[in-house]
Design a protein around this ligand. Structure first.
Ligand SMILES: *Cc1c(COP(=O)(O)O)cnc(C)c1O
Length: 427
């Protein structure tokens, strides 16, 4: 029955399921360890022969309840929380790759992901080709190599606000025998559920809308259970051959649709340990309980702000898929008919200098290295998040030097517009 609930109900009810006499609210299991009566019981847990908790680095009931809620929201079969969105994307890819492997990634992804795949994972021997997500199927198909293990992209790219043609990417990945991993941070499952369009694995920086209040950094990896690892056994030996570090278990045989997340927990979390604290998972859960209320308001406010900016004489350009003339408007109507998100990109006339002047005069909208929470905020990627990229890399990432990323909050929209207006007048 729970799986049939609509998304609004899942935001509130999924995850923690108290038994008779248990706390109504998700408890914070602030404990590193769990007690057993005899040695054999604990031994069976280590063998993955029995389910249960023994050490919070591997699993914790608070964290698991929140992972289960996000899994339900996305319509997946299994999920895990991580300590950050960065960790989620790293685990999602590294769970499939090893030195000598290759991935394809949209060139418009978040700057942190760009560095992770392009620089840090390269040092581990995993190569990444950054691709133009708007290129034709044929062009993109030409980028696959025999050692390509996954295709990665963002539903709505941060900060360029490029929308992904998820079906095109799913077909591309599946035609080449690899899964499509989609970072669904900006859309959230309230506005888009990539599994319904063929994506295999979804990741989140829960730091953004899911938390919604800028309280806790966190991430999540969710598996649809749809990718058949055994059908591509040679390509994914980590899932389809015995894991010597886990008593010779073959994940895809023993855990079926749960194989991918079980491997990520048993191997990657065991060895790398990027767990969220149970307290942070608890905070995330509070955020999730209102996600379905906040997202429509973010979108409604952003639409009005985008229209205001679009008609303003000091504004050079606005990129928000909700605007009728936007190149991604058709994709937005197809994949996100209830709205995309509250984040938009725009530039003011006079370029970089005007942008800085405008930002310094904002009163309500704060300059913060964050997006996608209840408060309106703004960032200049070329000066802030993306300052380590070269001019060419900026262009490839879809980040113009004058691009400002505006994250429209859930305040009264007239107050947001008044603030933008008075700052624009100073240019
Ligand atoms: C913020 C962000 C990340 C990184 O998440 P952290 O929680 O900051 O580690 C990854 N992907 C996208 C799309 C993001 O917006």
């Amino acid at each position: 029955m729970e799986n049939n609930y609509r998304i609004e109900t899942k935001c509130i009810q999924s995850g923690w399921q108290p038994g008779c006499g248990e706390p109504r609210v998700l408890p914070i299991y602030q404990s590193t360890t769990f007690k057993y009566d005899d040695s054999d019981q604990m031994g069976r847990l280590f063998d993955l022969e029995a389910e249960g908790y023994f050490y919070t680095r591997l699993q914790n009931p608070t964290n698991d309840a929140v992972a289960a809620k996000i899994t339900a929201l996305e319509g997946g079969v299994a999920g895990m929380l991580t300590s950050s969105g960065q960790a989620a994307n790293y685990y999602a890819v590294f769970n499939l790759c090893e030195a000598g492997d290759h991935i394809l990634c949209s060139g418009t992804v978040y700057g942190g992901t760009f560095n992770l795949f392009g620089t840090t994972m390269k040092k581990q021997g995993i190569e990444c080709t950054f691709i133009n997500p708007d290129a034709s199927y044929e062009e993109l198909a030409g980028e696959f190599r025999p050692n390509t293990k996954a295709v990665f992209a963002e539903t709505i790219a941060n900060p360029s606000i490029v929308l992904l043609d998820i079906e095109k990417f799913a077909r591309l990945a599946h035609d080449h025998g690899v899964p499509l991993i989609v970072d669904n941070t900006f859309a959230t499952p309230v506005n888009c559920r990539p599994f319904e369009w063929g994506a295999d694995i979804v990741t989140h920086s829960t730091t953004k809308y899911m938390d919604g209040h800028a309280m806790a950094v966190g991430g999540a990896v969710i598996d649809s259970g749809n990718f058949d690892w055994m059908a591509h056994a040679d390509r994914f030996p980590g899932l389809t051959t015995p894991d010597e570090s886990y008593h010779g278990i073959t994940y895809a045989e023993k855990f079926g649709k749960g194989a991918y997340i079980t491997k990520a927990t048993a191997q990657l979390m065991r060895d790398l340990g990027s767990i969220p604290s149970p307290m942070n998972a608890f905070l995330l859960n509070i955020g999730l309980e209102t996600l379905h209320l906040r997202m429509p308001r973010h979108c409604e406010n952003a639409q009005k702000v985008a229209e205001f900016l679009d008609g303003h004489e000091k504004v050079a350009w606005v990129n928000y898929a909700g605007l009728a003339g936007n190149p991604y408007h058709a994709l937005a109507e197809k994949y996100m008919p209830h709205g995309t998100c509250g984040v938009m990109a725009f530039g003011v006339k006079g370029g970089r200098e005007s942008a800085v002047r405008f930002m310094d005069h904002l009163k309500l909208a704060a300059i913060v290295t964050h997006v996608a929470d209840a408060r309106t905020c703004i960032l200049h990627p070329a000066s802030h998040t993306h300052r380590q990229l070269t001019e060419e890399q900026l262009r490839e990432a879809g980040v113009a030097p004058d691009l400002m990323r505006l994250s429209v909050g859930i305040e009264n929209v007239e107050d947001i517009i008044d603030d933008l207006d008075q700052a624009l007048r100073t240019i």
